[in-house]
Write a protein that binds this ligand. Structure first.
Ligand code: MG
Length: 484
């Protein structure tokens, strides 16, 4: 049968992907600095081999008779067609141009961000935006060019939906945020934010977190890198990284929990899906929902503080002056701030809405790159009532645009929205966290989400498992119940 031939060939594609992921993990964690030139060249050649093999499947995939296919087989075909469409629609030289421009742009971004100099980065961003417009038109879309780009990360997600979601989410979060600030219970500059810690002590706390989350240490590992990330070499070899700034310990602690949430997803995909195109999450929003669920809904709960507290006291000497409630408040301080990656869960979606508005309007030409610093600051003022002092804490703070990732940001908010949907569908969540029964939580997530891989599209999975859409109401309800 042709599908079996296709799946046999897909094993070669997966082999290349595993090699790429391992080399990339090594690049971020262990590689000596000077290895970068050879490593980049090898990674991009591997990527070319992989693309060719995917495109070569087109004839066979088109010839399939899918009439009596199972859900799994339909899922395999849907995922293959999405990959093939991407590489076949966009001319090779456009993809090469994007890859060349963005590796240069990422370097320029890093340097000019340090100097707070947008003008040096501007020509690269202009070029990248032009390439995104081209890519959108090659991919094809209905109604809005940005739909083509968001679809790459979140299948079928549209500007129409995003406009509605952000409208509702922002309008209803704003009064909650105002009230939090008025009441001052969570709106505090917490003294623990300035406490320095020893890296070896903090490593023990993070190790304790892996124990609490019952991470399977024979299929999982944690290392250190400049920017925390998760990678799955295979479904039996999933790796995360964290980083140690030496101050404000919740930062490393929550990046460890966040990446563990991503890892749990990969570790719980049904083993029978290995070596197929459906052995991964259906979308970035879904993947992010798992990291956010563990980080915010589990990790920032009173019950989680309760089980973690003894380890904090044991390893961090300054904790003796703070009780469990103090730690809970420290984990959940809320205040409008300039930097997205440091933002709390209540203000986070404002940061995303701002990026969404900018990307969407750049694609249609309504905004131009040269006006971005001012546009950015105006949005910050409108959404959170604060203004960046310079471009490094404004328009130049994120790496995404320099890497050519457009359409990616909205998936962070979708992750928040899905995590709250789960929060209200899982029974006795907090009782189970408090008694350390994380396996109960993991089993729920495995049965409802992880085991399916990407057999279903994200919208289908939301419908099947939760009878929901990307409905922001649960997230708003969660904010209200937790903070007011
Ligand atoms: Mg993440």
């Amino acid at each position: 049968m042709i599908l079996n031939d296709i799946l046999e060939e897909y094993k070669n594609i997966e082999t290349l992907s595993q090699a790429q992921r391992l080399m990339h993990w090594d690049l971020e964690t262990n590689m000596p600095e000077k290895g970068i030139d050879f490593r980049s060249e090898v990674l991009s050649r591997l990527e070319m081999f992989r693309q060719e093999r995917i495109m070569n499947l087109q004839g066979k995939v088109d010839a399939l008779n899918t009439k009596d296919f199972s859900d799994l087989e339909h899922g395999i075909v849907r995922n293959l067609k999405r990959s093939i469409h991407y590489y076949v629609s966009i001319p090779k030289d456009v993809l090469k141009e994007l890859s060349k421009t963005s590796s240069k742009a990422a370097m320029v971004w890093r340097e000019s961000r340090k100097r707070q100099d947008f003008s040096a980065f501007e020509p690269y961003l202009v070029k990248i935006v032009d390439l995104q417009k081209e890519i959108a038109s090659y991919l094809g879309y209905e109604n809005h060019p940005y739909n083509a780009l968001m679809d790459l990360y979140e299948e079928g997600f549209t500007v129409k939906e995003a406009d509605e979601i952000f409208n509702k989410l922002l309008n209803e979060t704003k009064p909650i945020l105002d009230k939090i600030i008025q009441e001052r219970k969570f709106y505090v500059k917490h003294p623990l934010e300035n406490k320095k810690y020893r890296m070896d002590s903090m490593k023990k706390v993070n190790k304790k977190i892996l124990d609490i989350l019952k991470m399977p240490m024979d299929r999982f590992r944690m290392d250190v890198s400049a920017h925390p990330f998760t990678t799955n070499i295979s479904m039996d070899d999933v790796r995360i990284t964290t980083r140690y700034e030496g101050i404000n310990f919740k930062s490393t602690l929550f990046s460890t929990i966040h990446e563990s949430g991503h890892a749990i997803y990969e570790l719980q995909i049904d083993p029978s899906l290995a070596w197929t195109p459906v052995a991964g999450a259906p979308s970035l929003g879904f993947h992010e929902s798992q990291s956010r669920f563990f980080e915010n809904i589990v990790g920032r709960s009173k019950e989680f503080v309760h089980i973690l507290y003894p380890a904090l006291r044991e390893y961090l000497p300054f904790i003796k002056n703070y009780d469990e409630h103090d730690i809970f408040v420290y984990f959940n301080t809320v205040s409008p701030s300039l930097i997205r990656v440091d933002a709390d869960e209540v203000t986070y979606n404002f940061h995303i809405a701002l990026r969404y508005e900018i990307e969407k309007n750049l694609l249609t030409g309504k905004f131009s790159v040269s006006d971005l610093p001012e546009i950015w600051d105006q949005f910050m003022e409108k959404y959170l009532g604060i203004r960046p002092g310079n471009v490094s804490e404004g328009v130049m703070q994120d790496i995404h645009w320099s890497q050519g990732s457009f359409g990616y940001f909205p998936t962070y908010s979708l992750g928040n929205i899905i995590s709250a949907i789960i929060r209200y569908q899982i029974k006795d969540l907090h009782e189970n966290i408090e008694s350390g029964n994380i396996d109960y939580v993991k089993k729920f997530l495995r049965d409802k989400i992880h085991r399916y891989g990407s057999i279903y599209s994200p919208k289908e999975l939301l419908k099947r498992s939760f009878n929901e859409t990307y409905n922001p109401e649960y997230l708003i309800k969660y904010f209200r119940e937790k903070y007011l």
